[in-house]
Design a binder for this molecule. Sequence first.
Ligand code: ADP
Ligand code: MG
Ligand code: MG
Length: 266
Amino acid sequence: EHILNNYEFHWGLGRGSFGKVFLASLPMKKERVAVKVIRKTPREDQKDMIKKEARILKVTSGSPFLCRGFAAFQTNQYAFLVMEYAGGGSLRNLLSIKHHLKKRHIIFYSAELICGLQYLHSLGIIHRDLKPENILLTCEGHMKIADFGVAAEGVFDHKTIGGKTGTNWYMAPEMLANKKYNAAIDWWSFGIILSEMATGRSPFDSYQDDVRSSMLTEKPVFPDWMSETLQDLLQKLLKKRPHKRLGVNGNIREHPLYKKISWEDV
Ligand code: ADP
Ligand code: MG
Ligand code: MG
């Protein structure tokens, strides 16, 4: 009998461009899981993408801030990725309720994201689609970076790769300009997400023309009421030139915004 029949499916948790995610459980176990269901197409590159996502989900258990995978299997029609269930909804969901977050919450959440992201990068994986929809919260209120569907593997040290993927709004200038890039693109997205946590909007959306061209040419704009420390961090994350960007250049953990964080305990 197929392994799929062991799972009891409850209800849908969300959907993205590639799959539908359901809350499910094994009848013998109390623990609930999230199962991403992807309808298979005959395309070879889709097969590779699913395999890659499953492969990455096998190594995410090394960080508490990455969504971990438990199993992967398939039927003729569908591929199934079984993951830990993050019951607190997505960061997008949180931002749509709260509009923007308090400074101490921004510090707490972003410190967890830094840990998750640095771990991912230490494995040579760049996420390439960091955005609030792909950042989840656990029931206890911790961050989980999820959705490794368009991630790239084997990007260590000074290696750069090509290929445009992800979401325009969060896309680093070098990728927008079709240049080669490295892990610095994730730090750019992280900077946009951090701005959104703080103000509810992108620091580029006050420009008249489209956000994409302002990301390439304009300086980010922050409201006066934003603390100088946070503005300083954001400015350093949203550097157009990737090698100057905090995250790849310098130790982000040492930024004054995080002076009260003892990183060993995060
Ligand atoms: P896609 O690759 O299609 O974008 P995602 O992996 O981002 O799929 O999942 C789509 C949505 O499903 C997410 O934005 C989130 O709302 C929900 N979701 C995904 N994984 C989980 C999970 N582990 N726990 C709870 N909800 C999840
Ligand atoms: Mg997604
Ligand atoms: Mg995806």
